[in-house]
Design a protein. Structure first.
Length: 526
């Protein structure tokens, strides 16, 4: 009860000092005096193929087989594809929700595609966030998902599904250039799922579910941050939190994790940076001691609990210990920035940054010494799918400054010849999205150590630069201050790090926001 009262008082305080909190509309005096300012009501609209019959006069799904192009792009013309055949009513029934039924097309020669056209009721100017999702797979090859860009008259790549044996998600959230993808004259949005290359083997393209979400201010809900187990045989899912208290020089991360819910186990992993002391505590639990909700973020592993009290308020509490160290935590996080819904180009691992920045309050006990974490700041993300079992490298980076409503999160994933890179930045009420980030790693460190995993290898400095189509630029340097090497599945070391972020968000040569603040980074070997 005390934690709930504290959380409520914190939210009231934030409103009084005019800090923007996601989900709360704050009307400033100057806004009320300016008749040209229009305040849009919050909304979330979901479009899919529920109750659609063939032939359809609203949303329409169609297929085409025997495409002989050798490249992996959809037809050059668009958004309507020639010679396509509409799905049957039975197929519409199969693709209206995410389950174990799929609409299937097959062909022995050439590529094939599924085309989806949605009627969007809202004007693009009313939409602050657009999210598209396709769930399915192709046998014997990969699947690309594209969205039609009305401004440039081209198909833009959404993502790739590299699974050939089970359904996986390709998804992406757009917050920049939404008008590029919705034709305001007829309110159409077009997606194409296409097999990547012609094959001598017979191909089958399966669509399980297709969805478009539009919203103001965003399209992410608590259910998106809930449990996602989908029967994938290499499935792993985790909810990750980090917390920084600069005043006391205490920084740590906590992970609630499940490996293979059919026959695996659950873990709690805590990494601590207590002044000059650095250590990791990892406890494993049988599946009988794991529970997670499919409706909202609620996870229980042994005595460790994660619970979302509402869209902006999370509590995490629990304990972990080994022969040398014991950690007990009881914390409340108050979100100060909207979620960032990253897309993974593999189609194998989903990454949702639900809390890119937060105030953190409560206590942490380290080996019998209790620290008050009031006025700390933190972060929460959520990963699920099969990706961690692949030989990929990660170079993730996050930081925030709640008193300025500032948050930043970046992913960089590499796997053989592909990569995924994306970066979000929030300042006040505005969020900026960047792709194709330029990242340089410098001053690589390598050293042996007596404790497992026996060595560390990472760059001490990363320099990041990115620009987007709207003319915004982000430049920052993250310099590692402390690191914990963690042994992952397969022969891979993941270095979890506290780093100093120094940088500037700008437009047309004018600084919008400059920052100098601690955050977290990671860097993994193959």
């Amino acid at each position: 009860m005390d934690n709930k009262i504290t959380a409520i008082s914190i939210i009231i305080t934030l409103i009084l000092v005019n800090v923007s909190v996601t989900g709360i509309n704050i009307k400033r005096e100057e806004d009320l005096l300016n008749p040209e300012i229009t305040i849009l009501e919050d909304f979330l609209k979901i479009y899919d193929f529920k109750d659609i019959t063939s032939p359809s006069t609203t949303h329409k799904a169609s297929y085409k087989v025997g495409i002989k192009d050798l490249n992996d792009r959809p037809p050059k013309t668009g958004p309507i594809v020639d010679d396509i055949i509409e799905f049957s009513t039975n197929d519409y029934t199969k693709i209206y929700n995410s389950d174990n039924t799929q609409a299937e097309s097959s062909n022995s020669l050439g590529k094939q595609l599924h085309h989806f056209q949605f009627n969007i009721e809202e004007k693009s100017s009313e939409i602050k966030s657009l999210h598209v999702k396709w769930f399915g797979h192709t046998s014997n090859t990969h699947t690309n998902l594209y969205i039609w860009n009305f401004k440039n008259n081209v198909w833009d790549l959404v993502g790739i599904n590299r699974f050939t044996h089970d359904d996986a998600i390709i998804s992406k959230t757009y917050i920049n250039g939404i008008s590029n993808y919705i034709d305001d004259n007829n309110r159409k949005l077009n997606l194409v799922a296409i097999t990547r290359a012609a094959s001598i083997l017979k191909q089958r393209l399966y669509t399980n579910y297709v969805q478009v979400k539009v919203g103001n201010p965003d399209t992410v809900t608590l259910k998106d941050n809930a449990y996602h187990f989908n029967n994938e045989r290499t499935f792993v899912e985790w909810w990750f939190f980090d917390v920084i208290n600069e005043t006391q020089d205490i920084h740590f991360f906590i992970t609630y994790q499940i490996y293979n819910p059919k026959s695996g186990y659950a873990t709690i992993v805590v990494g601590m940076f207590e002044k000059d002391k650095i250590f990791e505590v990892r406890n494993s639990y049988p599946l009988s001691e794991f529970y997670a909700s499919y409706d909202k973020p609620y996870v229980k592993i042994g005595d460790c609990i994660l619970d979302a009290l509402d869209e902006n308020t999370f509590i995490i509490k629990g304990n972990a210990e080994n022969k040398k160290n014991k950690v007990v935590w009881n914390l409340t996080l108050i979100r100060i920035a909207p979620p960032y819904d990253f897309v993974e180009s593999t189609g194998e691992m989903q990454y949702l940054c639900y809390i890119p920045g937060a105030w953190v309050f409560g206590t942490v006990e380290l080996n019998g010494v209790t620290y008050s974490m009031d006025n700390s700041y933190g972060y929460q993300d959520h990963n699920w799918g099969g990706g961690p079992f692949l030989p990929s490298r990660w170079a993730w980076a996050v930081t925030c400054k709640p008193e300025h409503s500032f948050a930043l999160a970046m992913e960089k994933v590499e796997h053989l010849n592909w990569h995924t890179r994306a970066l979000y930045v929030t300042v006040g009420d505005n969020t900026y999205y960047f792709e194709d980030i330029e990242t340089q790693f410098k001053e690589f460190k390598f050293k042996f150590q007596l404790s497992f995993p026996f060595f560390t290898y990472y760059p001490k400095i990363r320099q990041v630069h990115a620009e987007n189509e709207e003319g915004y630029k982000i430049d920052f340097t993250a310099t590692v201050q402390k690191t914990i090497p963690i042994f992952m599945i397969r022969p891979r070391i993941l270095n979890e790090q506290v780093s100093l972020f120094e940088g500037t968000l700008s437009k047309d040569g004018q600084a919008i926001y400059s920052f100098n603040v601690l955050g977290f980074t990671d860097f993994s070997t193959l």
